[in-house]
Ligand binder design. Structure first.
Ligand SMILES: [Zn+2]
Length: 253
């Protein structure tokens, strides 16, 4: 399995980060994409990737961070984006649910990162909350050349179809175990080459939500649910999602 979206630099892993990596390896998570979502996290991400050869990075400015990050940081982001282990730009997008940042600052950083992704030839990792139409409208206007992923996908089949038309994939994590009917239908019917596994660890633990913290080893719960929805065997789900992750992020693994 490849966890295409996690935050293992989070302080909630400070006490047992190595055990988290060990448990992931034990259940067959071979690689992870760590999302370094702001200037304070970029350096931590590079340290994590230096310590763990199976960690790739996405670098960007999260919409909730965008109010406090000056646009002058774009030059630093651009140079990080050219690092060999960086496989995507993001997470970026719009978050009107939490509204931690003014909407104009969010949109400015979103558009700047879409332009950067095209400039350096990388896909984008998209975060959106309560902003689906605004995010899709901008993506449909810009049409990122290397595609991307709608991270933490929790929408319906019509949205999956709009993502497909953009050449985007769907990041499937704990939310697919929460029993949302429209999402289940989207996961059942989407073309199989769109499906990616992700945890968003430490957030969004898959059911039964017993640990109060998510981690890459819990991808097994997501695979189980994906198999129920698609009628797949676990090995099939792993092979398909692995192939998709390798294709999107151009991983030579
Ligand atoms: Zn995230």
């Amino acid at each position: 399995m490849i966890d295409t979206h996690c935050h293992l630099c989070d302080k909630r892993f400070d006490k047992d980060r190595q055990q988290v990596f060990d448990r992931a390896r034990h259940v067959g998570v071979t690689h992870m994409v760590e999302i370094a979502y702001g200037p304070g996290i970029w350096e931590k991400g590079f340290v994590l990737a230096a310590e763990h050869p199976n960690v790739f990075l996405a670098v960007g400015v999260h919409p909730s961070e965008s109010g406090k990050v000056p646009m002058s940081e774009l030059d630093a982001l651009r140079s990080h984006a050219r690092h060999a282990r960086v496989v995507a730009i993001g997470e970026t997008g719009l978050d009107f649910f939490r509204d931690h940042a003014p909407r104009d600052a969010q949109e400015r950083w979103f558009r700047a990162q879409l332009a950067l992704a095209d400039e350096v030839g990388l896909p984008v990792v998209i975060h959106q909350r309560s902003a689906l139409d605004a995010v899709l409208a901008i993506l449909e206007e810009v049409r990122p050349q290397a595609g991307g992923v709608l991270h933490c996908f929790d929408q319906d089949a019509a949205t999956a179809e709009r993502a497909r038309a953009l050449g985007f994939k769907l990041g499937l994590g704990g939310v697919v175990t929460y029993g949302h009917e429209a999402l289940d239908e989207a996961v059942r019917t989407a073309p199989e080459d769109m499906l990616l596994l992700e945890t968003d660890a430490p957030y969004l633990e898959p059911e039964p939500r017993s640990l109060k913290r998510n981690e890459p080893s819990l991808l097994t719960r997501v695979v189980k649910r994906l198999c129920e929805l698609r009628g797949w065997e676990p090995q099939q789900a792993v092979e398909i999602t692995r192939r998709n992750a390798k294709e999107l992020f151009r991983l030579l693994v």
